[in-house]
Design a protein around this ligand. Structure first.
Ligand code: UDP
Ligand code: UDP
Length: 469
């Protein structure tokens, strides 16, 4: 651990396990170090599943950010089918003694820790910071809409289930089918864990949200106005990994391919760091893309329901995901399409001028990246809070189209896929969402520039840390 004794505040961040959590907290740390002259330590979990991406990512962090890794947390006693939320939660709960030791060591080296910052799973470790006299903050790596839902979870647990949509203040009405997935089964362990995390956050000294006012005006305003005299809840986003900073392994061939394509002509298709489709759905998507006649770049994953596949993509899986595409598909589409197995340098792809659309699972990082690079979307939510994000992006912000789902079996048919892809890339629907995403992109750039609301939000937090010191 580097010696960080300096007159400027030192902050410690604890992202929960997984790249999807590490990346946004690291972006927050970068902002604090590069724009506000703070120093930071990121406490990481040992990397089981990112296929080396975590280490590469950590090595790319700027000076001023130290990292220290927690010892591995054994989870062998959990059944292999244990839900990801439960796994992450158990890992956090079991790490409390190691977090205490690590925070004590950081306090010794730096003299003083001005703030301890966790994400939505970090609640169990807040008591350690409290014990050590360190102020406690949450970085909500999702949006205000999800934060409202998250903070409402214990009330939800206590209220009877109803067919009426949930109306959270300043938010669009939310049907139960669009709840964050772990809240759809109230008897499940993962729901109990999420309620537990939600309750832990009562003790916070402040919350930062990776969103911006122009994107969620009413919801952000609700937190601002109703929060008088309470710990601040402020927008600080969009904080994303910019194209120039993104890391990836020998993936530049897809960028070379994009160089050969006309401007705004390619649909990029990716389901985040963890998402994959069933075998049937993979087939429908392939045929639908082919029927659309549009250019595409598709990050293909091994289907969830083939032998050795799981609920989520496994980067250690050895089989070639391209084997699961329809026969002859690669040959027939080679003029117009490119498929890459498992991973693409997403930020660089979205920043490329050939890309004109993004069929996305609506993970919040992917959504912010799409907005920052002005790419309109097709919403295809899979898990977590993605159905909520999709609803907001289609109905409220209007930067995304959605395929019609004409049947009840959950499968999106090839005809519906072809239609929505054509509409996004060449149709009237596409024109409207493209115009709108450009507006929101401008607002996003303003928000994080000096004088912008998210810039001011972060500056206010930094001042609070200085005053608490
Ligand atoms: N990502 C990437 N290449 C891929 C898939 C994902 O670079 O092939 C990055 C993407 O740019 C984003 C993150 O992984 O920054 C995914 O985060 P998101 O919140 O969208 O979804 P999650 O992975 O949490 O479901
Ligand atoms: N999550 C994750 N990896 C996954 C799936 C989910 O880290 O592959 C995390 C994600 O960060 C999200 C949280 O689990 O914030 C809650 O997920 P949720 O239970 O809402 O959705 P589910 O995983 O049940 O579909």
């Amino acid at each position: 651990m580097a010696n960080n004794r300096s007159p400027n505040p030192h902050v410690v961040l604890l992202p929960s396990p997984g790249m999807g959590h590490l990346t946004p907290l690291a972006e927050l740390a970068k902002r604090l170090v590069l724009h506000h002259n703070l120093s930071a330590t990121i406490i990481t979990f040992s990397d089981h599943s990112s296929g080396g991406n975590q280490q590469a990512f950590i090595s790319s962090l700027p000076a001023g950010i130290s990292t220290t890794s927690l010892p591995p947390v054994p989870l062998d006693d959990l059944p292999p089918t244990t839900h990801i939320v439960t796994r992450i939660s158990v890992m956090l709960a079991r790490s409390v003694p190691d977090v205490r030791r690590t925070l004590q060591a950081i306090q010794k080296t730096t003299g003083k820790v001005a703030a301890y910052i966790v994400d939505l799973f970090g609640g169990d470790t807040l008591s350690v910071a409290k014990e050590l006299g360190i102020p406690q903050f949450l970085f909500c790596t999702s949006n205000f809409f999800y934060l409202s839902f998250f903070l409402h979870l214990s009330t939800l647990q206590e209220s009877p289930e109803t067919a009426e949509p949930l109306q959270l203040p300043g938010c669009i009405p939310l049907q139960a089918k669009d709840f964050s997935r772990s809240a759809t089964d109230r008897k499940s362990d993962e729901f109990a864990w999420m309620v537990h995390h939600s309750r832990c956050h009562n003790q916070l000294d402040g919350i930062m949200v990776n969103s911006f006012e122009a994107l969620e005006d009413e919801t952000a305003r609700f937190f601002r106005e109703k929060g008088e005299g309470k710990p601040p809840v402020l927008p600080v986003g969009p904080l994303i990994t910019y194209a120039g900073d993104s890391v990836g392994n020998n993936l530049e061939s897809c960028l070379e391919w994009l160089d050969q394509q006309p401007d705004c002509s390619v649909l990029f298709i990716s389901f985040g760091s963890g998402g994959s489709l069933s075998q049937k759905q993979t087939w429908e998507l392939a045929v639908g893309l082919e029927m659309s006649g549009q250019r595409f770049l598709w990050v293909v994953r091994k289907p969830t329901d083939v032998s050795g596949g799981g609920a989520y993509f496994n980067p250690q899986s050895t089989s070639d995901p391209l084997e699961f595409l329809p026969e002859g598909f690669l040959e027939r589409t080679k003029e117009k399409g490119m498929v890459v197995p498992c991973w693409a340098p997403q930020a660089k792809v979205l920043a490329h001028e050939a890309v004109g659309g993004f069929l996305s699972h609506c993970g919040w990082n992917s959504t912010l990246e799409s907005i920052v690079y002005g790419v309109p979307m097709i919403a295809w939510p899979l898990y977590s809070e993605q159905p909520m994000n999709a609803e907001m992006l289609v109905e409220k912000v209007k930067v995304a189209l959605r395929p019609l789902q004409t049947r009840n079996d959950g499968l999106v048919r090839k005809e519906e896929i072809a239609e929505v892809v054509q509409d996004l890339m060449e149709g009237e629907g596409g024109k409207e969402v493209r115009r709108r995403v450009r507006e929101i992109k401008e607002a996003a750039v303003k928000a994080v520039s000096a004088g912008g609301s998210s810039y001011a939000g972060l500056a206010k937090m930094v001042n609070l840390w200085k005053s608490l010191g």
